[in-house]
Design a binder for this molecule. Structure first.
Ligand code: 13P
Length: 254
């Protein structure tokens, strides 16, 4: 499916507000004159604290912002929580949901992930739903079953054009480890997920991303896979050089 590559930088709990704002300020000049934003879409997911400051620098330009999580609801007595509405107002247009770090350290379940997807849509945000198997699950041949379980609550939801969706396949064992998944394995898994999508309700043009130790050197191999439409990148997206190099690699693929 011909979709322009989508690169999402997940900064996790890195970078201060000041560092994030300065990155946003410096990014434009580094991309100016050669980046074709219609051809390669670029999204940065800073800490929620930095969204507003980055949005002021990025303005209406082509670099979009994502939040890394949201809490359910719109407003209310939920100490410490940030709703999709607040994140949207701060500048986010997408939100990462169900990252394995949230599933693991914050006990997020498939049911909660599905509720958060609804909350994202209600707030006008595009959910980027993360799925992926642990090493033990992979070694015991459960990868497909795990992905099916993680995705089933989302893919059975009624979905029309105003409910955009992005799916990121991030094998847990490849995150932050430098142990990148084999491109042929990712290609096969992406193909299977694409088949599930074809029988699900709603628009089929769902970008499928790979995540897990992606860097400028291995990105091209994933983007060449017919069912992979981009990457969700952690560590390698923390430097300006890394982001610029990955946009360049993605643009060279098309
Ligand atoms: P790394 O690219 O650092 O492996 O992180 C991947 C990730 O978790 C992106 O969401």
């Amino acid at each position: 499916m011909a979709m322009s590559p989508l690169l999402i930088a997940n900064w996790k709990m890195y970078k201060t507000v000041e560092e994030s704002a300065s990155f946003a300020r410096l990014l434009g000049p580094r991309l100016e004159g050669w980046w074709k934003p219609q051809a390669v879409r670029l999204v940065i997911a800073p800490t929620s604290l930095a969204l507003f400051a980055m949005a002021r620098h990025l303005g209406d330009g082509p670099v979009a912002l994502a939040a890394q999580n949201l809490e359910l609801g719109r407003e209310g007595a939920f100490t410490g929580a940030l709703s999709g509405y607040l994140l949207h107002e701060a500048g986010a247009r997408l939100v990462i949901i169900g990252h394995s770090e949230r599933r693991r350290y914050f006990a997020e379940t498939d049911g909660l992930v599905a509720e958060k997807v609804d909350a994202a849509w209600n707030a006008g945000l595009t959910p980027v739903v993360c799925v992926g198997e642990t090493e033990a699950e992979r070694d015991s041949g459960q990868t497909e079953a795990v992905l099916k379980r993680q995705l089933s609550a989302i893919l059975t939801k009624p979905r029309d054009d105003d409910k955009p969706l992005v799916i990121a396949y991030e094998p847990v064992w490849a995150i932050g480890t430098g142990r990148v998944a084999k491109t042929e394995d990712v290609g096969q898994i992406a193909h299977t997920v694409r088949q599930w999508l074809s029988t699900s309700q709603g628009p089929k043009d769902v970008p499928l991303l790979y995540g897990g130790s992606v860097n400028p050197d291995n990105l091209g191999g994933f983007l060449r896979l017919p069912d992979v439409n981009g990457a969700l990148v952690g560590g390698a997206s923390l430097t300006l050089e890394g982001v610029v190099a990955m946009v360049r690699v993605a643009q060279e693929q098309i």
